[in-house]
Ligand binder design. Structure first.
Ligand code: DC
Length: 243
């Protein structure tokens, strides 16, 4: 059964109504690897007409850039330097009726390159560097220039947009998540990845205060996204979403 924990304040809607014109809405979807964040974030963004932001892709892009430039990803100082110097732009593109933010490096979006096993192996080292996380936080906050957002990651509700009232944390059992990765043809040690994500000093993976927790071990993505959307439609200000 799904675990759905409500801990948020209902006063939030009133506060948002006041700020709506100035402040785009951010829906933060955090959680463990293979907990269904990407699938569900895209479904929610599409249904509401919001812009989708995959922050993991941004960390992967820096990992790919470091590998390409022969920067040792275990050398935090070298990684921080590479992050300070790289030339990037944010852009918003439409793909399959979904608006998506891309981080471009020298005008290029390395869509396929960031999904290789080499990049996957390098990314958690890069993501542990505090200066990298500062840069990512600023860049991710800049995404509100594109409008209302559904942003997925590990620290969106705790660190990037702690002020949002729309925080979710997705999880599933290790066995279920490992089975999902295997079904995608990816053989990954998720227990080790969980440990690295939650034990790092800088913005570790944890449940944000006020986040609604959904354990979707026994749920399809249609069922999970319905839980998210039912909750959001009941709380989002009228007129701030498509359907
Ligand atoms: O979600 P993903 O597998 O694409 O994430 C890639 C890596 O980036 C993973 O090791 C966790 C890290 N990450 C992070 O530290 N903070 C985020 N907001 C998103 C991803």
């Amino acid at each position: 059964m799904a675990e759905f924990t409500k801990t948020n304040s209902e006063n939030s809607v009133k506060k948002l109504n006041l700020n709506l014109k100035k402040h785009p809405i951010v829906i933060a979807i955090d959680g463990t690897s293979a907990s269904g964040k990407s699938t569900n974030s895209k479904l929610v963004a599409k249904a509401l007409g919001y812009v989708y932001v995959d922050t993991g892709a941004m960390y992967r892009t820096l990992a790919w850039h470091c590998l390409k430039k022969n920067v040792d990803v275990n050398d935090a100082k070298a990684v921080a330097n590479a992050c300070r110097r790289w030339k990037t732009d944010l852009c918003c593109v439409e793909k399959n009726h979904l608006r998506v933010v891309h981080l471009l490096v020298d005008g290029y979006f390395p869509e396929k390159e960031i999904r290789t096993p080499e990049t996957a192996a390098a990314v958690s080292h890069v993501a542990a560097v505090p200066k990298v996380r500062d840069w990512m936080k600023k860049t991710q906050r800049d995404c509100i220039q594109f409008g209302h957002l559904v942003m997925e990651g590990r620290d969106i509700g705790t660190n990037v947009f702690p002020e949002t009232d729309y925080k979710f944390y997705l999880d599933a059992t290790l066995a279920e998540r490992s089975a999902r990765r295997a079904a995608d043809g990816v053989n990954e040690n998720l227990a080790a990845r969980d440990r690295r994500d939650s034990e790092r000093a800088a913005a570790p993976l944890m449940i944000a205060l006020g986040a609604r927790v959904i354990n979707n071990s026994n749920l399809t993505s249609a069922e999970t996204s319905k839980l998210l959307l039912d909750d959001l439609r009941a709380r989002l200000p009228a007129g701030s979403f498509l359907q």
